[in-house]
Design a protein around this ligand. Structure first.
Ligand SMILES: CC(C)(COP(=O)(O)OP(=O)(O)OC[C@H]1O[C@@H](n2cnc3c(N)ncnc32)[C@H](O)[C@@H]1OP(=O)(O)O)[C@@H](O)C(=O)NCCC(=O)NCCS
Length: 193
């Protein structure tokens, strides 16, 4: 791992790309038809860790399909990127790049929380799942979620959870996430919109 350059753009991965290559999709219960995986996500597509150069590959624009992003400068992006990459094993932002356009067209995050409970275990959270609108309906959302689920298991999380809008429950249910009886409330105090 370390700094490399692609088309003149600095490109340091947020985490070791070999971790994604090691994921065992044969263990997956999710059916992909036609079959796709991290190694082979489809023509001209590549699944990889977020890289420092992705500021210039439309990553923030992609996130704006999900929620408000704000006017993030390159420095802000790189400062946050390096703050995350220095916390080894905590932030796994996984993206899909269209290798022809060089743009980031999908992303999902595994955020790992260190605990004392569960034998000083790790809890995973699935966050910020998004696919660019023109690439939807090609199983890429499903691929990202399953990648993060396998990744959470691979790095030793004892569980992975998410919160989502009611209309998204069906999407996540078909990918193995369950509403647990008596334990399906998500509560919030918002300090900002
Ligand atoms: C949700 C999202 C990531 C799905 O991406 P996608 O690549 O189009 O999804 P897929 O092609 O992998 O769809 C997989 C399945 O989920 C279903 N699905 C897709 N979007 C759905 C939605 N919004 N609600 C319910 N089901 C959905 C598809 O119909 C498909 O079902 P099938 O396997 O029975 O055919 C994408 O629509 C998106 O980025 N939305 C905006 C951001 C967002 O809402 N993210 C989720 C935050 S919790």
């Amino acid at each position: 791992m370390g700094l490399s350059y692609e088309n003149g753009i600095e490109s340091e991965p947020l985490f070791d790309p070999n971790i994604l290559k090691a994921l065992d999709f044969s263990k997956s219960k999710v059916i992909f038809d036609p079959p796709i995986s991290v190694i082979d996500p489809g023509e001209n597509l590549k699944v990889r860790p977020l890289c420092s150069g992705d500021y210039d590959r439309g990553y923030l624009k992609l996130l704006s399909f999900l929620t408000k992003v704000g006017d993030i400068s390159r420095k802000q992006f790189l400062d946050r990127f390096h703050a995350m990459s220095s916390c080894k094993g905590m932030h796994y932002i996984t993206v899909i790049e269209d290798t022809v356009s060089g743009q980031i067209i999908g992303s999902a995050t595994l955020a790992v929380e260190q605990k004392f409970i569960h034998d000083a275990g790790f809890r995973g959270r699935l966050e910020d799942v998004v696919v660019s609108d023109e690439y939807r309906g090609r199983q890429l959302g499903k691929l990202l979620v399953e990648t993060i689920r396998l990744l959470a298991e691979h790095v030793g999380c004892y569980k992975i959870t998410l919160d989502c809008r009611d209309r998204m429950v069906k999407f996540y249910k078909q990918l193995g996430f369950q509403l647990e009886e008596g334990n399906s409330n998500f509560m919030t105090v918002r300090f900002q919109d």
